[in-house]
Design a protein. Structure first.
Length: 98
């Protein structure tokens, strides 16, 4: 018999890989666009997507490794996983604002 919790964890891992793959795909496309037309806007967009991809990867790793951590360490890990998203979305904002 298949354990529902194990099946759900497996589906969650696959979904996280899909999200990470999609962010890497967007990062690659934005890098190729920047190589064709080297503008500041495309550079900021590429850097933004790169940091968002890093944030997705860090979030996945921290979720797996920090499950048994105490409250202080868990809060620190969540703070660390938020930083790449802040930088990434700031870069995307700059790419659209300029």
């Amino acid at each position: 018999m298949v354990d529902v919790a194990e099946l759900a964890r497996g589906v969650l891992v696959l979904m996280r890989f899909a999200v990470f793959g999609l962010t890497l795909g967007i990062t690659l496309i934005s890098f190729q666009a920047y190589q064709k037309r080297q503008s500041v806007r495309l550079q900021y967009a590429f850097l933004g997507f790169a940091f968002i991809s890093m944030g997705v990867a860090v979030t996945s790793v921290i979720t797996q490794l920090g499950a048994g951590a105490d409250t202080t360490i868990w809060t620190f890990l969540q703070l660390a996983e938020t930083i790449p998203f802040i930088i990434g979305f700031s870069m995307l904002y700059l790419s659209l604002y300029r």
